[in-house]
Design a protein around this ligand. Structure first.
Ligand code: TPP
Ligand code: MG
Length: 360
């Protein structure tokens, strides 16, 4: 999809749309594989994956127009790539190198991209929910044609931001919808320990919003439900969309899920892999042939690998960026702090990659 901020949507045939959805889902899968390998090789500090969640992420963001906003909860970087964030930006952010648009001030794997209206996500669970509602309210007050899709995991439904965000969205009738990707786990807390509600979608009623739950591993169902929520948002009716899926990998590269969940559960969900299911459907409908997936994966992997080489060779972020962008001119006290930091670094040596990696 184009990253230009117009409301024009490219018109795709059924086959083109299906193939594009598959390709974007595969892009997430290949990116995840590569980023985890880089982390295991000690070349990037941290990686979180969206393996198993591809249909939820791609299908829900597919409903968005270029001028719409996506407030990421955690794992939606692949949606930003689909909407036009270059792979270069994605991978530079993993390295926190001199091309990183966050200037190394975010943890790696915490994506942001201005061109696709993808604000930086925060490790602090649920904070994006109120930010997104505020931005959607501002769009309404300014009379701007924007929809804000506000994402969160099942764990975020226990945050204050979830309650206040949904409450104010309902009261102010803002052009937004909430996407909760229920992947079964919030680190080691399973969904049945997170809530006594039958579905997270039931929570919508408390805020006067419509709530829907769909199979998050069925990309076609996710696209249809997201379009419905998007259409409601255009009429200033917020809604809650819960996508039932499963986190196939650990919470992050720092987590060992075998300590708290049954391998049998993982194996059962493996049989419901969203990419395999969609590929099967497209093969049956003769929208792709048998070689399609392998060819697409090889093309995507080649692009990602070329970009990894490029970003690995890029210089580190200049240290002086630590004190830039706060004031128009670096004030004396920051310059003093910077000089003493340099003196310490010269005495003790600079940090090496991987130092200070976030524990979760
Ligand atoms: C306010 C807050 N509490 C706790 C944490 C620690 N923490 C990091 S991720 C996470 C679980 C998030 O689970 P969920 O919202 O289901 O998203 P998922 O990781 O499953 O995609 C927790 C508890 C945090 N980052 N912020
Ligand atoms: Mg979760």
């Amino acid at each position: 999809m184009a990253s230009t901020r117009t409301s024009a949507q490219p018109k795709l045939t059924k086959a083109q749309e299906a193939q594009a959805l598959l390709r974007h889902m595969l892009t997430i899968r290949v990116l995840d594989e590569r980023m985890l390998k880089l982390q295991r090789a000690g070349r990037v500090g941290f990686a979180g994956s969206a393996t198993g969640l591809e249909a939820s992420i791609i299908g829900s963001a597919w409903a968005l127009r270029p001028q719409d906003w996506l407030w990421s909860g955690l794992r939606e970087g692949g949606a930003a790539v689909m909407r036009g964030m270059p792979l270069a930006d994605y991978i530079a952010q993993m390295y926190c190198n001199s091309n990183d648009s966050a200037k190394g001030r975010q943890m790696c794997n915490h994506f942001q991209h201005k061109g696709t209206n993808y604000p930086s996500w925060s490790s602090v669970i649920g904070t994006q929910i109120v930010h997104g509602v505020g931005a959607a309210y501002a769009a309404k007050l300014r009379g701007v044609d924007e929809v804000h899709a506000i994402y969160g995991g099942d764990g975020s439904t226990s945050s204050n931001g979830f309650h206040s965000g949904l409450n104010f969205a309902g009261v102010w009738k803002v052009p937004c919808y909430f996407v909760i990707i229920d992947n079964g786990w919030a680190i080691s807390v399973c969904s049945r320990n997170q809530t006594a509600a039958k579905s997270y979608a039931d929570k919508a009623a408390a805020y006067g919003l419509p709530g829907f739950e769909v199979d998050g591993n069925d990309v076609t169902a996710v696209v249809a439900a997201s379009r419905k929520c998007h259409a409601l948002a255009l009429k200033h009716q917020p809604s809650l969309l819960v996508l039932k899926s499963y986190r196939m990998m650990g919470h992050s590269s720092s987590d060992d899920p075998t300590k708290y969940r049954d391998e049998k559960e993982v194996a059962a969900w493996q049989k419901r892999d969203p990419i395999n299911a969609f590929e099967k459907k497209l093969l049956a409908a003769k929208l792709i042939d048998k070689k399609h997936r392998a060819k697409a994966e090889a093309e995507i992997a080649a692009m990602i690998d070329a970009e990894i080489h490029h970003q690995e060779a890029a210089p580190k972020m200049a240290l002086k960026t630590l004190v830039e962008d706060v004031y128009a001119e670096v004030p004396r006290h920051l310059r003093r702090q910077y000089n003493s930091f340099i003196a310490v670094a010269e005495r003790l040596g600079h940090a090496t990659p991987g130092d200070g990696a976030f524990p979760l």
